[in-house]
Design a protein around this ligand. Sequence first.
Ligand SMILES: Cc1ncc(COP(=O)(O)O)c(C=O)c1O
Length: 414
Amino acid sequence: MPYTESAYTDSDCARARRAFPSLARTVNGRPIAFLDGPAGTQVPEPVIAAIAGYYRTSNANQHGEFVTSRETDHLIEGTRDAVAAFLGAASGREISFGPNMTTLTFALSHALVREMKAGDEIVITRLDHEANRGPWLHLQERGIAIREVALLPDGTLDPGDFARQVTERTRLVAIGAASNALGTVNDLALARRLSAAVGAWLLVDAVHYAAHFPVDIQAFDCDFLLCSAYKFYGPHIGLLYARPGLLDRLRTDKLSTQDDAAPFRIETGTLNHAALAGVLAAVEFIASWGRGETLRERIVSAMTGIASHEHAVAAHYYDTVRQIPGVRVWGPDFSTTRRAPTVSITVDGVPARDVAHRLGDAGLQVWDGHFYARRAIETLGLAERGGVVRTGICMYNTREEIDRLVEEIERLTP
Ligand SMILES: Cc1ncc(COP(=O)(O)O)c(C=O)c1O
């Protein structure tokens, strides 16, 4: 992710903020600072308009011989192509849709286990969100052995342990690209090397990563990648990339009436068409902040610029909050750009829930707890005190919001 120069300036940020109607809200007389993006970002007007517009004009089921149905077919095809551009995939036919990442991952686990036998192994990590652990842990019932990569105290995965966990029996390595709890960006090149050496599939949970960095499927060289549009200014829709030729061969849970080919093979029932209109608008909204000839170029340019802005704001938080006595910051430091703009802290003597409550009353919306990355929070010994307080930075957050946040945290400390 080489980004040295920001094409997304403070005035771009100010302009972007005007596109998000919810940012105008106040709480207790103060503007709301939405620092809860890792649990879902706010949605800009063009996305809201696209969803409403679909219902106003084109609401229909697919594959009919009439205009609204044809428009729906066209919309869904266009959304697949836009998501392919967003992820760097070669074609929209590599993109499947589902209600969310977790549901798609369970669906995939049902299909992949049919290709495995008792004694086969799946490698997961202690850092991952449960959505990329639970579906695989369930397969223990089917005789599949699960091996977990260890988490180091600095919030990074142990590369030596990773190499030990991958064996000749490994059939799948399931790893997050970035941690939604600690902001760690994982070494996917290592994951690719280790999985390729034993002929295992590589599955990447890019839910947190895709919200903050340009995704490059070709560079990841993974077999499956999942993300969720509601983390990048879109509606609640899960997205699955599958390597061409792979999904077509899998025995997914499907109806006999359903299309056998990828990408439809894993899409059960009627999709949320209006939300898909919103996904397309979200990708186009992101691209509108970039430059280039093609949609892909504009997306990469925009995400690179936005990443630089987010990194600067998050680094400002990291640098100031850790000066407060009694505050401890968890996860990797900001000396590297291989770091998501998501910063978790604990405050000595104040449970995470109380910190979040006090900040919430001041209009500073941050999450407390484990955010479903429960294994990571337990491993770091933070579960007993209610986990951590997580601040997530995205394209609409500012240094001023961080200054307000830091001031309020200072008031909380003894
Ligand atoms: C890293 C990560 N993976 C997976 C998920 C689950 O995504 P979804 O809500 O789309 O199932 C989340 C949601 O917070 C996440 O942050």
